[in-house]
Write a new protein. Structure first.
Length: 291
């Protein structure tokens, strides 16, 4: 195939210049070597493409018929090669990521800004979904990779931890616990809690922590999105146990450390086992780990 493409380029050079000598110069070949390539192309195709004499050179009917398809073939090939080079250099492409809403609203916003500054030609499509949905999207090949927690070992999926996300207590500034350096789960148990939705990985973690400690969980309100939970806490509707990545950086809530060995959750890259990461994906994860 490689020789075939070389022969086609030789044929097109002869047609474009109208002269074997000029075409040979363009291709850095001797006229005799160019003649051999044209002959080999004709033998490969089984037709004569050029009528040539010392003073005359023109296309045969077969040559006329083959000219446009050959030009299109090389143009398509050049486009494929150019696109591949752009993808390898992260100059162009589409990167689709499924990630936890807390990550999208927090650390990923900074990473996305840096990534788009460095690779403006790459379109990033971000899907903020709950943990189990991330795994489904990865398995169904709807995204390049996921960023979330490992809900359970799943056949066909690989999980690689990239950062730790510690669960903290968020309270209004006037709350009794706001000035504390740290709190225990027992001290939080008496506080009305604003919880995330029941399909949230954070909700599952909080319920498990209280159940393992045999403490009551005082559920006051429930909301699907962490941003809504934080807004309710600001209004004094309760307190919330949320990961550090949920912090919106507004500075109008007090974030208190929770003293418990299992409040740290591992955030990782979720991929299909056989998946080969695209160059834009590699660059994105490199920026994420740096941040």
């Amino acid at each position: 195939m490689k020789n075939g493409l070389q022969y086609i380029r030789a044929f097109l050079a002869v047609v474009q210049t109208g002269n074997f000598a000029k075409a040979a110069t363009r291709l850095n070949l001797s006229p005799s070597a160019l003649t051999v390539q044209i002959q080999q192309l004709e033998e490969w195709l089984g037709v004569t493409l050029l009528e040539r004499s010392p003073r005359h050179l023109c296309l045969t009917a077969a040559g006329q018929q083959a000219l446009l398809p050959m030009e299109k073939l090389l143009l398509d090939l050049d486009n494929i090669v150019s696109s591949a080079h752009d993808l390898a250099a992260s100059r162009r492409g589409v990167l689709t990521i499924a990630a936890l809403p807390s990550l999208c609203a927090g650390v990923l916003a900074n990473v996305l800004q840096r990534f788009r500054q460095r690779f403006p030609g790459v379109e990033v499509r971000l899907r903020d979904v709950v943990a189990q949905r991330i795994e489904t999207l990865v398995l169904e090949r709807e995204v390049d990779f996921g960023l979330g927690v490992q809900t359970r070992p799943t056949q066909g999926l690989a999980f690689t931890s990239v950062l730790e996300d510690r669960v903290c207590l968020y309270v209004p500034p006037h709350h009794l616990l706001a000035g504390r350096a740290s709190v225990t789960l027992a001290e939080v148990a008496d506080c009305p809690m604003v919880l995330t939705g029941r399909d949230s990985s954070v909700r599952n973690l909080v319920e498990r922590l209280f159940a393992d400690a045999q403490l009551p969980l005082c559920a006051g309100l429930e909301a699907n999105y962490m941003s809504t939970v934080l807004a309710l806490v600001r209004q004094g509707q309760g307190v919330a146990l949320l990961p550090e990545s949920a912090d919106e950086g507004r500075g109008d809530l007090s974030k208190v450390r929770v003293e418990h060995p299992e409040v740290v959750r591992q955030i990782g890259v979720i991929t299909r086992v056989e998946h080969v990461m695209t160059p834009p994906g590699v660059e994105f994860l490199r920026l994420l780990q740096a941040v």
